[in-house]
Design a binder for this molecule. Structure first.
Ligand code: P6P
Length: 334
């Protein structure tokens, strides 16, 4: 039979999830279903992003989120789409969202899982057609089923994540996730409405020559970070900063590199949120062989105290993160 006449389309996300579930004899299928619910919402959000210029969904929504940031219309749309998909899926009892002040109780009191998410990160880039993304973490609830998820269920340390991932809505739309057994990337084929396995077993290079940092704020950076940025320039590294964390992270994950959002004079705890940006990407980068720190602590070991707490983020290739920590230790030693 001439296979060349009908080349295989590859492994769909659904089939991959089912195959991986078979690796866990006690898996009940709830987490698999939850991942499918996230993928469904991602397909819907992808469609709306791709038509943004044609629909009245660009620009600001006219109010600020709990972060004090102007909400873009697509921020609100993405938030609604993911919350609805997770509520209807039934597996999630509570959600933390960047766009919501308080915990969202889905009403699924028997749901075993908690989701922390940034429904649409980098949304200020939407109107200028630059890549943006969704970031998520999944935890098992610690409270007994039968009631709403508790604050303790939501404020779990990053090491307790059962899964984490992101969707990057870029030149192609990709979903990248881990359940603690490596990192796999799936590319969306809109004509079939499916994500297909395109980047199996992603590992990030141990080092690299790309650094991502908004140097516009350098005057407010700690001396150690200023010194590291000078080190990058002395070694002819390439500066690449898209202004969308997911896009910068994804490029560095595949090519090797480091992303730095340090504490600054204006933002002593940095800008990025622990629960649905830093922890999620930290889980992925560690599973791919990289590192994530706030300069002192491993990101996933930071004890959460607030839903929207911020932390400095230094994340990427292991040797590059180590080098930044060297500069930070040298500063302390002085
Ligand atoms: P700045 C987008 O608002 C975001 O959360 C990340 O996606 C991005 O890397 C960062 O903030 C950009 O922040 O201060 O450089 O504009």
């Amino acid at each position: 039979m001439n296979d060349r006449l009908a080349l295989p389309v590859g492994t769909t996300l659904d089939r991959f999830i089912m195959r991986k579930q078979e690796d866990f004899p006690f898996a009940t299928g709830e987490l698999s279903q939850l991942l499918r619910d996230i993928a469904l919402a991602a397909k819907i959000v992808n469609r709306e992003i791709n038509r943004a210029g044609l629909l009245d969904v660009t620009g600001t929504y006219g109010q600020q989120n709990v972060q004090g940031e102007e909400q873009q219309k697509l921020d609100v749309i993405a938030n609604i789409r993911f919350i609805r998909a997770l509520r209807n899926g039934g597996e999630v009892c509570a959600i933390i969202s960047e766009e919501e002040d308080e915990v969202i109780h889905t009403g699924n009191t028997k749901g075993s899982y908690i989701v922390a998410m940034d429904p649409l990160d980098g949304s200020s880039n939407i109107d200028v057609n630059v890549s943006i993304g969704t970031i998520f973490s999944i935890y098992r609830r610690t409270s007994d089923a039968g009631c709403n998820g508790t604050l303790e269920d939501c404020l779990q340390e990053g090491t307790r994540q059962v899964a984490a991932g992101y969707i990057v809505y870029g030149s192609s739309t990709m979903l990248v996730y881990t359940t603690g057994h490596g990192v796999n990337g799936f590319t969306y084929e809109p004509s079939l409405g499916e994500f297909f396995l395109s980047h199996p077993n992603i590992t990030t290079p141990k080092t690299g020559t790309i650094y991502s940092c908004n140097e516009g704020g350098v005057n407010g950076f700690p001396e150690s970070i200023k010194n590291y940025l000078s080190y990058c320039k002395d070694n002819n590294y390439s500066a690449r900063y898209i202004g969308s964390l997911v896009a910068d992270f994804h490029r560095n994950l595949l090519k090797g590199g480091i992303y730095i959002y340090p504490s600054t004079a204006k933002a002593p705890n940095g800008k990025l949120r622990l629960m649905y940006e830093c922890n999620s990407l930290a889980y992925i980068v560690e599973q791919a062989g990289g590192k994530a720190t706030d300069g002192i602590r491993r990101i996933m070991e930071i004890e959460p105290t607030e839903l929207h707490q911020r932390c400095p983020l230094i994340i990427g290739s292991a040797d590059m993160v180590d080098k930044v920590e060297e500069f930070m230790k040298a500063e302390v030693a002085v």
